[in-house]
Design a protein around this ligand. Structure first.
Ligand code: HEM
Length: 428
């Protein structure tokens, strides 16, 4: 099996088996241990909180991901943006009739508006503001995972702190002020809860009393967690899907015509997610002496490194071909198709339905396809192929399993813009 390494966790006891990692993530005998170097960005956020506080806050935050909210994000903040970006690309058609683009910044741009809407950031509406907002979020993404950086860590954090100050002053503080005003009017009975937007900053403004024990900077760190979680993870994950699908079609050419089928693309997305994790490893700290079902022991206070990437390729769980991308794989009962990619237990990713969708076979009008399926379908509808003269470039400034650049050729972005406008939330 491929052995993945994670430099910051060299001295820690490591866990690579699916069963061990899952058991630790689900156990009440561990607390969070990740992001020690990036507390200025994520400290006290939902992700790094444990116990009762975590449960209370998680319950509040889950309202941001109700079925109704997911439908609004997808139809109002994702599809119009995909459509506009595809139409904009038409202006760059070369003399040979082909459009050249880079899928990495394109995917990031497609996710910008949905990220802003989930967090509750206003004024990400003009090209200039979108560009500025996007560059701050990208810098925060790098800094908030400084643990994995191969650059000078102090420098990465300093750049992130600069981006944090700028995004607070230019975007977060004005957006929060509006929501605090709404919360005050709600309290006075001038507004009803349904008159307020569904987003993180509104939730923090309305329930401010629950966070009164935390410092003034806390709301910004919670917002930064959501901004980074909503954009960086998905941007990192999407290029892998195109790589795997194109390789799959070489040996399964008959499947190419299925690339507009929701279920087919969802399977490709989840199988790709299983193989590529947003972080090479995460950590937990034991709160008592622990013996796992496998017999391995962990001492009270010991920090352990959990290698999701190895766990998701564990042959004991996924069979002998676990390292392969296989769209016909039979999954063991009770196993998510993405394995542990979204975590497990109490901190399991809240944004997962936004990414992989919420199908509703009984009532398709209630379905969402998810950001990844929507974007992959749109890119194929635009007549995507890889650029044979410019191969994809892996990211080299960190140990993240992702791409810095993925040059692509598009033949008909207008068709993608048109089809996205027509689809709404329907399931193909
Ligand atoms: C491909 C996309 C994504 C992946 C692979 C991913 C992965 C993860 C993982 C592994 C965790 C658990 C970390 C731990 O246990 O220490 C997590 C937590 C979280 N994710 Fe995601 N995530 C993705 C997208 C999103 C999106 C789109 C959002 C929000 C819009 C989001 C919001 C969160 C939040 C708020 C938590 C903390 C939950 C808690 O601690 O209770 N994620 N994610």
């Amino acid at each position: 099996m491929t052995r993945f390494e994670a430099p910051p966790y060299e001295g820690l006891q490591r866990f690579d088996d699916y069963a061990d990692v899952d058991e630790i993530l689900r156990s009440a005998q561990f607390r969070q241990g990740s992001h020690g170097e990036s507390l200025v960005f994520f400290g006290d956020s939902l992700l790094l909180t444990d116990g009762e506080d975590h449960l209370t806050r998680r319950r509040l935050a889950s309202t941001l991901f109700s079925r109704a909210a997911l439908q609004v994000y997808e139809t109002e903040a994702l599809l119009p943006v995909i459509s506009r970006l595809m139409l904009d690309l038409e202006d760059s058609r070369g003399a040979d009739g082909i459009i050249r683009a880079d899928f990495v910044p394109l995917a990031r741009a497609m996710l910008t508006r949905i990220t802003a809407l989930v967090v509750g950031v206003d004024d990400v509406d003009t090209p200039e503001n979108t560009e500025i907002f996007q560059s701050y979020v990208a810098k925060l993404g790098v800094a908030a995972s400084v643990e994995w950086s191969l650059r000078d860590h102090d420098e990465v954090v300093a750049e992130g702190v600069e981006a944090k100050t700028a995004i607070i002053e230019e975007f977060l503080r004005p957006s929060m002020a509006k929501r605090q005003e709404l919360a005050t009017r709600l309290e006075r009975g001038e507004l009803q809860r349904e008159d307020l937007p569904t987003d993180l900053l509104t939730m923090l403004a309305v329930h401010a009393d629950q966070f009164s024990g935390l410092d003034d900077d806390y709301v910004w760190r919670e917002a930064i967690l959501a901004l980074v979680a909503a954009s960086q993870t998905t941007t990192h994950a999407l290029p892998h899907v195109l790589m795997h699908l194109e390789k799959w079609f070489e040996t399964h050419p008959e499947d190419r015509e299925r690339v507009q089928e929701s279920e087919f693309v969802r399977r490709a997305v989840t199988e790709s997610l299983r193989l590529h994790q947003p972080a090479p490893a995460l950590t937990r700290i034991a709160t008592s002496d622990v013996q796992l079902r496998s017999g391995r022991t962990i001492a009270d206070g010991e920090q352990v490194a959990l290698f999701f990437t190895s766990a998701n390729r564990d042959v004991a769980k996924f069979g002998g071909e676990a390292e392969e991308f296989d769209l016909s794989r039979d999954l063991p009962t009770g196993t998510q198709p993405w394995g542990l990619n979204f975590g497990s237990g109490i901190h399991m990713c809240l944004g997962r339905p936004l990414v992989t969708g919420q199908p509703n076979k009984a009532d398709e009008s209630q379905s969402t396809e998810g950001t990844m399926v929507k974007i992959v379908k749109a890119v194929y509808r635009a007549g995507f192929t890889f650029d044979p003269d410019n191969p994809p470039q892996r990211q080299t400034h960190s140990v993240h399993d992702t791409f810095e650049s993925m040059p692509i050729l598009l033949r008909d972005p207008a068709a993608a813009a048109e089809s996205v406008r027509g689809t709404g939330t329907e399931v193909a």
